[in-house]
Structures are given as C-alpha cells and as structure tokens.
Design a binder for this molecule. Structure first.
Ligand code: MEV
Length: 437
C-alpha cells in the first residue's frame, strides 16, 4: 500500500489551464517534469505496433485526475481516462462529500483467480470426478512446480477441484470442469493462469479419462472482490436548492428502485462502472474482463441487481459497493504503456489491492454523484453546460470567450455550432455584451 502523505484536496484545479494543472498535480504527487512526459499519450508508435496487430496509429482519450479522495485513511489523486463529460467532476464532488465523514473504506479479498480445464466425452462423470479429486494433490504440486516465482512471492496455485457440467448423453458426452485456484499476488493473472491450464490439461484429462476442451481462466473472479463502504453526511449532501436530509431520502429511494427493477439496475450500474472503468483504462487494466465479471456478479442471485446500494443512517447516507475486481500492478499493458505506469505513480499505487480499492472508491463516488443529481435537479442541466462548452469550442471560440459563448448558448437553450458562431460574431462586434447578465 502507498505510504505517500500527499493531500488529494486541490481546490480550484478545474479553473487552471492544462499546463498549470500538470504542474500542480506533479508537485502534489512528488513527480518531476520528465515523469509527466508520459501524458503525451504514453505510448510510442513502435510500442503500439508491438501491442496489437495491423496498427495504423494511436487513439487518444482525455486523461484526468479526480481529487478529494481518501481511501483507507490515505489521500490519493485518482487517475481517470474517459470520454464522458461530468464523470471526473462528479467523482471529485462525491469524494469531497464522503471525505467530510472520513473517506472510503475498502476490504480487498485475496487475489484468487480460477483457471478452468474443460474435459468432455467422459463416459462415467462420477468416476471422473472421484479420480480428479484423488489426483488433485498431484495436480496441485505440479501446478506449484510450474509457478516457482509466484510461489516464492507468497502466491501460486492453492487448490484443484472439479465439477460436473453435463452427464451423457449429450453433444459433448459427459463434461466436467477442473478448476485451479491461483493466488496471483499483484498480477491480474490471465497469462499465468491460462498457461497453467494448458500445461495441466493433459494430466487432468488422463485422470478423468476425458478429452481436453477449453483451457482458460474464468473472469467471474468472485473470490477476488473489493467491498467499499462510505458515509456521506447530510451537510455535505445539501446544495443551494435542496437540504441534505431531502437529498439523503431521495438517494436512498433511488437506490431502492434499482433493487426492485432490473431495468433501472442496468442503468444504475454503469454509473458505478463510469468510475471503475475510468480508473482501469487509465492504469492499463483489462476492463472488459472486469465488466463481464461485474455484471455476472450483479446477477448472481438470478435477478440483475445494483452493485452499489445506499441506506439512510446517522444523519447521512451509508453506501456499499461490492464487485469482483481482478487488477494487476505488474505485467499486461503496464510493460509497454508509460501512461498507465504514470497513472499508478500519480495515484501512489504500488500494489494491486490498493488499485482495486481506488477503482472501487471511484465507482461508489460516481454512483453517489449520479443518484444525487438524478434525485434532485436531473443530470441534464450539468450535461448541457458541458455540452455548450464543447459546442463553443467546436465553433472556433477562443479560450478566453468559451465561458461567455457557452453561457449564452445555454441561456438561449439552442446549443448548436451555428448558434455559437452567431453569438461569437455578436461578441466581436459588441464586446460590452461579454459582461451582460
Ligand atoms: C451515465 O453515464 C450514468 C447514469 O445513467 C447513471 C445512473 O443512471 O445512475 C447517470
């Protein structure tokens, strides 16, 4: 875990230019200009060409930090890469509310990922199950021999078991799956678990008298979960138009709707994943695997449910989020992507559990911000203000006039590039309009 004592409170960061922000964040994170050079995108063309096939170039997304986060008593600047406006501001605002009550608390489960070896065309699945169970200690010992460095770091394979998937007759005959649980330490684990599955498949098939099928990890890493809790007091929840106690009641009601209705839960959960995914993308993680695991976890009761819920208590809201989060701080894209490595440094992350805690906290923060906005003003007012800024920029508005043009667009309720050009022309003909109310 990070021991850095940097404050994540950087009030007014959003008012600065990009260059000024970089300097302030670098100073807060104790990094020099050279380290921040990775903000050029973090990936050379050669490195990109070595990562995937048929590369033509690189594709950029905005890289930001969310402020105000305290997680497990330690402040962190939370790196986020995302194309959607408002998410970073929402995460920072919600983190400020939660900070008033001590911040987020995370419980990160041991980093256990399960590899699966599918065995098919088994005539007697019960006998196969018994045989694999008997062979499990030998298979486990072999698995540990194949992962000496991971075992030396205190991780490695910890159990081998088997389950029946289908009994004959059927298109694949009798099918069992042999599962290897691996403590992956600070790695996400996909490569090492997949390699293990491939290497153990033959001896497992021999024991079960079956045919080797698929050999790969499961992304439903429901033993490698993170649980994040927080409290947001009424005072912090209040805004100019709505007292905190009303916001509290409205957010708890919004949480209950998601618990009652899968159609709402499916919209509620992307509010969580906005925060989680933005941190995962910034830090070079396999966010598709996490997404698949998160939604399977959300549906584990048989109905699709919210990943995060909010309850009223002690003059505030208590939030709780739980999801599987297989992340790594070694290996994967981190080998080549300087931007992802910089993101970990900015956040002061030096081990996978801390990264999982920050991603979870970002998820819970984004969910709180979304529910608070939906339950009070609605989200469109804030979105429209940001949209107006983007349209003003697209119309060629110089930086110093963006706020004026965006305000005029929003006030007119006509947020189009043509309208922005007209306003710009009026401003250039009569600059006194700039200060008009
Ligand atoms: C949009 O990216 C996320 C929200 O739809 C989440 C929610 O509805 O809770 C606003």
């Amino acid at each position: 875990m990070s021991t850095r004592t940097t404050s994540s409170r950087l009030p007014g960061l959003y008012t600065l230019t990009v260059g000024e922000r970089r300097r302030q964040v670098a100073e807060a994170a104790g990094l020099d200009d050279q380290a921040l050079a990775a903000l050029d995108g973090g990936l050379s063309e050669d490195d990109a060409a070595g990562m995937i096939e048929n590369v033509l170039g690189r594709y950029a997304l905005p890289f930001a930090v969310a402020t105000n986060f305290t997680v497990d008593g330690i402040d962190a600047l939370v790196p986020m890469v995302i194309e959607e406006p408002s998410v970073v501001a929402a995460a920072s605002n919600a983190a400020r509310m939660v900070r008033a009550a001590g911040g987020f608390t995370a419980t990160v489960a041991p980093p256990i990922v399960t590899g699966q070896i599918q065995l098919t065309h088994i005539i007697d699945v019960d006998r196969a199950l018994a045989a694999v169970t008997e062979a499990a200690p030998v298979l486990l010992a072999r698995a540990r021999e194949l992962t000496p460095r991971l075992c030396a770091r205190g991780g490695g394979p910890i159990a081998v078991s088997a389950r029946v998937l289908a009994r004959p007759p059927g298109p694949d005959g009798g099918v069992i799956v042999v599962e290897i649980d691996v403590d992956c330490r600070d790695a996400m684990g996909a490569n090492l678990v997949n390699t293990l599955c491939e290497r153990l498949a033959e001896p497992a098939a021999h024991a079960a008298a079956g045919r080797v099928g698929l050999r790969i990890l499961s992304n439903l890493s429901d033993r490698r979960t993170v649980k994040v809790t927080c409290r947001a007091p009424d005072d912090a929840l209040a805004d100019a138009r709505c007292p905190g106690a009303l916001v509290r009641t409205a957010v708890a009601a919004a949480s209950r709707v998601a618990e009652l209705d899968p159609y709402r839960a499916v919209t509620h959960n992307p509010g969580v994943m906005n925060g989680v995914d933005a941190v995962l993308v910034a830090t070079g993680q396999d966010w598709r695997a996490v997404e698949a695991g998160a939604h399977a976890f959300a549906a584990r009761s048989g109905a699709y449910r919210p990943l995060a819920v909010w309850r009223e208590a002690e003059g505030g809201l208590i939030g709780e989020l739980e999801l599987p989060l297989a992340v790594g701080t070694v290996g994967g894209a981190l080998h080549v992507h300087r931007g992802a490595r910089l993101a970990l440094r900015l956040a002061g992350v030096d081990a996978a559990p801390r990264l999982a805690a920050l991603a979870g906290a970002a998820g819970l923060a984004c969910n709180l911000a979304a529910l608070r906005a939906l339950a009070t003003d609605g989200i469109q007012r804030g979105h429209m203000a940001l949209h107006a800024r983007a349209v003003a920029r697209a119309a060629g508005t110089p930086t110093e006039l963006i706020d004026d043009v965006a305000d005029a667009l929003a006030a007119a309720g006509d947020i189009r590039v043509e309208a922005a050009r007209v306003i710009l022309q009026q401003l250039s003909q009569d600059p006194s309009l700039k200060d008009a109310p």
